[in-house]
Design a protein around this ligand. Structure first.
Ligand code: NAG
Ligand code: NAG
Length: 793
């Protein structure tokens, strides 16, 4: 028996642990979503393994133990936006894993507690509780990270049960009937890092609650309304002034403020002298005007101020006071967005601004013209404003000696290159000019060190070849333009990310990847690719780059043309090498021709193919002809199948080959010497023979031509036999007759020879069979009865 090494043993244990963990994490995620399903009860058909159940936004009015008992694995339960009026926490006594319970936005007035639960997240906010729904048992929830509460009256004593807990975030919603007459110190026992108090929406802020006592690091106050004339936001400003008591407070967020311009600046002023570092105000509604007032900047801890979404009820008053207050701020980060601001002043002296965000306003080309005091500025966003001339923007940046990042996207910028010199600040690294109306000319002037250039959604049709070299450019986004080809990397030697989707690229150059060595991501999807031979090379190159490089592959790469391939994914587009390579095509055709010629030559030279073809052709012609001849017409006069004429020099062949082969099958032959009629001349005998025969066979050879042909020329000339009935002639070429040896007066013979209407006597024995068969077929015709036919002798 072999011993198990300790190493192996541990490995096995780790493996088992991994398996177990996989099983656990498998089970740890099983979410059931039955929200917005018009439920009036907790559904009964839920899987036992459910860990998260979302039944929010239904009409459930009641929770019962039996509803939840079947879900022992339940860890999170979301029942917000229902109609539950009463909660007995005992209903969760069997859900020992339950740690997340969201019961916000219900109709809860009462909670009965039970000691066994131990939530991490308990949200009871936005419920019509009178007093804070905190039971003594909450003190045991040592893991509590979030607690959402609501009440219309606060009592310091009701918070005491959880005074020992350290909760990360407390949300306190003060109901609409909240009066604010309680002990201002009510929040003292909340020990939380982050406190969010939501005041009643419709009430003027007359509250005296001391929000600083909780010692939170981060404080958020929502719904602050101080518009009453006599009030001047007195109560709220007093709340803010107390914040100084909490030296740990560093983040303040105000939401939904309705006040006057004057009070708004006072709010800013009072925060200026606290320990707050990050101050953010959003959704502000302002009344009245701003008079010329001083703002005291010194002694602040503030680093970042963000003012987002301001609506001013009066617009037509001089706003330079407001701009002056903002421009002079001695902080690093300033955001003023979505406020209808039309201008911003240049700070009167060197400003500490590092990051300015003025997006979503109405700023024009006149912003920061000739401004020399933003020399520390590193990032500037003028996104979504009213900028029109890029030349002005370049000029504006010219004096910003530290500017690295500029966002001028979503304006109406165009660039007329003839107007000015190229005056971008040299320090720019990230430039966002997307969603403007820029054209190709924008490439004539770009910041020389730019690394990231976003030009998507403009009107660029072509990147000029002579663009300034952007050796630092790493990311180029030119999506949603009208480019017809991929740019090479000649001018952008460091390019590593190219986004060029949604353009008009139809034949991307195949050499893109050769010129762009450093590319690690390219997105060229959603272009109208023309799936023709030119694209083949590109697709092949695409196939060689890894799929991480190719964004959107394969789904957004689709053929647009030709029509029959429209919609075909590029990955499925193939064309045979032959149809795309002309040289290859020519070579292939040439090669096939060569092979064909060679085989034909071989067949002709060595197997005498033409001879066989001629024989075959004559055979078929004969067959056709005999079928068309009305035999009955002939039969009356005919006694012989064929008459044979030959030269005496060839009589040996005729006697030994021709006659035996024809007569063997009962063919009747007329020979003028054999079937001689006494008292007639040779010519008359021959003519007699011809007339009684179906066919006339002439055995041609040089001898025949020399000696015999003349006999027939005469006769043929008279009877025009060649013209009307050359059908009846069969010429057998026994030996080749050289053309020159035919006397020039023998026109007919010459014609017949050139027309090749003769049967050639093959030298090879193997061909003789076919020769005889062909000849027999030519003369084969049914003649009269034997007896009758014998009469002539
Ligand atoms: C200022 O803004 C920049 C850019 O938005 C951000 O990275 C930085 O964290 C901000 N600094 C502070 C102090 O808020
Ligand atoms: C440029 O701004 C647009 C919004 O206008 C944004 O979607 C895009 O991500 C920005 N580009 C870069 C490179 O940050």
């Amino acid at each position: 028996m072999s011993t198990v090494k300790p190493g192996t043993f541990y490995c096995v244990i780790i493996f088992v642990l991994i398996l177990l963990k996989m099983q656990i994490s498998d089970e740890s995620e099983f979410r059931v979503d039955r929200s917005k399903a018009d439920l009036t009860h907790v559904p009964q058909d839920l899987p036992v393994r459910t860990t998260t159940l979302d039944i929010s936004q239904n009409n459930i009015a009641e929770l019962q133990t039996s509803d939840l008992q079947p879900l022992p694995k339940l860890r999170a339960l979301i029942i917000s936006h229902n109609r539950i009026q009463y909660l007995d926490i005992r209903v969760f006594q069997f859900n020992t894993e339950l740690e997340y319970l969201d019961l916000s936005h219900n109709k809860l007035r009462m909670v009965s507690c039970h000691p066994t639960v131990n939530f991490k997240h308990l949200d009871l906010s936005f419920n019509p509780f009178d007093a804070l729904p905190i039971c003594n048992e909450f003190g045991n929830m040592s893991q509590l990270k979030f607690l959402g509460l609501s009440a219309v009256q606060l009592q310091k004593s009701s918070v005491r049960p959880i005074a020992c807990l350290n909760i990360s975030k407390v949300l306190l919603v003060l109901g609409e009937t909240y009066g604010g007459k309680e002990d201002p110190e009510s929040l003292q026992d909340f020990h939380t890092e982050s406190l969010h108090i939501i005041f009643p929406t419709k009430k003027e802020f007359y509250f005296t609650l001391d929000v600083s006592v909780s010692m939170a690091v981060s404080l958020e106050l929502s719904n602050i309304k101080c518009v009453a004339d006599n009030n001047q936001c007195f109560y709220f400003l007093r709340v803010l002034s107390k914040l100084q008591k909490n030296p740990s407070l560093s983040n303040l967020t105000l939401n939904n403020i309705e006040t006057t311009w004057g009070s708004f600046i006072q709010i800013l002023q009072s925060v200026w002298h606290t320990t707050i570092k990050y101050f953010s105000i959003s959704n502000v509604k302002l009344q009245g005007q701003l008079d010329n007032r001083e703002f005291y900047y010194s002694g602040t801890s503030l680093k970042a101020l963000s003012v987002h979404h301001v609506v001013s009820e009066v617009f037509s008053f001089p706003q330079s006071n407001i701009y002056r207050i903002f421009a002079n701020m001695n902080i690093q980060n300033l955001t003023v967005s979505d406020t209808h601001m039309i201008h911003m002043l240049c700070p009167p002296q060197t400003s500490p601004f590092l990051h300015l965000d003025f997006s979503n306003n109405l700023l024009t080309d006149m912003v920061f013209v000739d401004c020399e005091h933003l020399i520390k500025l590193e990032t500037l966003s003028l996104q979504t404003n009213q900028l029109k001339e890029l030349a002005y923007v370049m000029n504006m940046t010219n004096k910003m000696k530290s500017l690295q990042q500029l966002d001028i996207s979503q304006n109406s910028l165009r660039y007329d290159e003839d107007v000015t010199a190229c005056s971008w600040t040299k320090t720019l690294l990230i430039l966002n000019m997307s969603s403007n109306i820029l054209t190709d000319s924008v490439f004539r002037c770009l910041p020389p060190k730019v690394k990231v250039l976003d030009l998507h959604n403009n009107r660029i049709t072509n990147i000029p070849k002579d663009v300034t070299h952007l050796e630092a450019l790493q990311e180029l986004n030119i999506a949603f333009n009208s480019l017809t080809d991929l740019p090479g990397c000649g001018s952008f030697s460091s390019l590593s990310v190219l986004i060029i989707n949604h353009n008009s690229v139809f034949h991307p150059s195949a050499d893109f990847f050769q010129s762009c060595h450093k590319i690690r991501s390219i997105d060229a999807g959603n272009n109208p690719f023309q799936c023709t031979c030119e694209l083949r090379e590109f697709v092949r190159n695409l196939g060689q780059v890894s799929s991480e490089v190719l964004e959107g592959w394969p789904d957004s790469y689709v053929c647009d043309y030709p029509e029959r391939l429209k919609g075909t994914p590029l990955k499925d587009f193939h064309m045979s090498p032959l149809s795309c390579n002309t040289a290859l095509l020519i070579v292939t055709i040439g090669a096939s021709m060569l092979v064909l010629t060679a085989s034909v030559t071989f067949l002709c030279l060595y197997l005498d193919l033409p001879w066989y073809l001629r024989m075959l052709c004559q055979w078929t012609q004969t067959r056709l002809r005999t079928r068309n001849v009305p035999i009955e017409d002939l039969q009356g006069t005919l006694q012989f199948h064929a008459f044979i004429s030959y030269s005496g020099h060839d009589s040996a062949w005729v006697k030994s080959e021709l006659l035996p082969n024809l007569e063997r099958e009962g063919t009747r032959i007329c020979l003028h010497e054999r079937n001689f009629v006494p008292g007639k001349s040779i010519v008359e005998n021959i003519i007699n023979c011809i007339e009684k025969s179906y066919k006339s066979i002439f055995v041609l050879s040089p001898n025949f031509v020399q000696s015999e042909w003349c006999h027939y020329e005469l006769y043929f000339a008279h009877h025009n036999l060649f013209h009307e009935g050359s059908n009846n002639l069969i010429l057998i070429l026994l030996e080749p007759i050289p053309h020159y040896s035919i006397p020039s007066s023998y026109h007919k013979l010459k014609t017949l020879m050139t027309q090749r209407t003769y049967l050639e006597w093959p030298k090879e024995n193997s061909k003789h069979g076919l020769f005889w068969a062909n000849l027999r077929a030519a003369i084969n015709v049914k003649l009269m009865e034997q007896g009758k036919e014998m009469n002539y002798t």
